[in-house]
Design a protein around this ligand. Structure first.
Ligand SMILES: Cc1cc2nc3c(=O)[nH]c(=O)nc-3n(C[C@H](O)[C@H](O)[C@H](O)COP(=O)(O)OP(=O)(O)OC[C@H]3O[C@@H](n4cnc5c(N)ncnc54)[C@H](O)[C@@H]3O)c2cc1C
Length: 255
């Protein structure tokens, strides 16, 4: 039997199999990770880069691929201005390159079909990544409970996974999935989604209410996550049902 704790703590050599552009500043990188023990939607990995002189940079990245993706693990990385690791992954990483990955990490911000009670997902920017993994896991597993996603982006061109989200939402009742976008800066003419930042009124309007005790997952920049978690609890969600993941800087750098 595999000891999952030991398997997750082990650094594995991951080979880049594919790189695709999601938006002008976001790429998805597919890695082949031999011996990958499997993961749940919402978990993350630590990624470690080691330079020839021994300098090491390590960051956390959520897993984008669904729970059933086998040895292929996908990460979706936003290029942070002047970002050391995200900058390297965007500018220098090539197919066939190898880096080190450790995981999966995190049991708290994770979803499995075993507790499919209905799901409310709220994302800001690249905070969509672990929520997409949950949605992909759910879609592959034929979930029967409703899920809603409220996804905040600056503009339409910054929406990550837009086509795939639209496809999931278009499956309608069969997928039990309702998608709402909000654009905080520029909305094109004819835009039928929400505009502006997520507030309590938008959450209520889009039925992110506590009725039925749904599990709520919120992910994005630290300030975004904290504001929304406060709104949700004020609306009557049990604090224990509101799970949060903050994409703040993780800069653990060692020489
Ligand atoms: C659990 C977890 C999961 C994460 N998953 C993802 C993911 O799926 N995709 C993804 O793109 N990122 C994710 N992140 C963020 C990621 O770990 C890095 O922080 C990010 O890629 C920046 O690293 P860097 O080395 O490029 O920037 P650094 O060189 O560390 O920082 C450069 C500058 O950018 C600022 N900065 C650093 N990180 C951020 C940030 N996240 N947002 C805004 N400004 C920042 C710094 O304060 C600094 O001014 C996750 C973070 C956590 C904690």
């Amino acid at each position: 039997m595999i000891d999952l704790a030991t398997a997750s703590a082990q650094w594995r050599v991951a080979t880049v199999m594919a790189i695709r552009n999601e938006t002008a500043t976001v790429k998805t990188i597919s890695f082949d990770v031999p011996g990958w023990p499997g993961h749940l939607g919402g978990q993350h990995v630590d990624l470690r880069l080691t330079a020839e002189d021994g300098y090491v940079a390590q960051r956390s990245y959520s897993i984008a691929s669904g729970a059933r993706s086998g040895p292929l693990v996908e990460l979706t990385v936003d290029a942070v201005p002047d970002g050391e690791v995200s900058g390297f992954l965007h500018a220098d990483l090539r197919i066939g390159d190898q880096i080190e990955i450790r995981g999966p990490i995190g049991g708290y911000f994770a979803w499995s079909a075993a507790h499919d009670y209905g799901l409310l997902l709220i994302a800001g920017g690249s905070g969509i990544v672990p929520l997409m993994s949950m949605l992909r896991s759910r879609a592959a597993g034929g979930a029967t409970q409703p899920a809603r996603l409220l996804y905040s982006s600056r503009g339409i061109d910054q929406i990550i996974y837009r086509a795939e989200l639209d496809r999931l939402a278009a499956q309608g009742a069969g997928a039990h999935f309702t998608l709402t976008h909000t654009l905080t800066r520029n909305a094109p003419s004819g835009w039928t989604g929400e505009r502006g930042r997520i507030d309590r009124m938008m959450l209520t309007r889009r039925q992110f209410t506590p009725a039925g005790n749904p599990d709520v997952y919120v992910c994005g920049p630290t300030a975004f996550v904290e504001t929304i978690a406060e709104h949700l609890v004020a609306m009557g969600h049990k604090a224990g049902n509101v799970r949060t993941e903050r994409f703040g800087p993780t800069g653990a750098i060692r020489a």
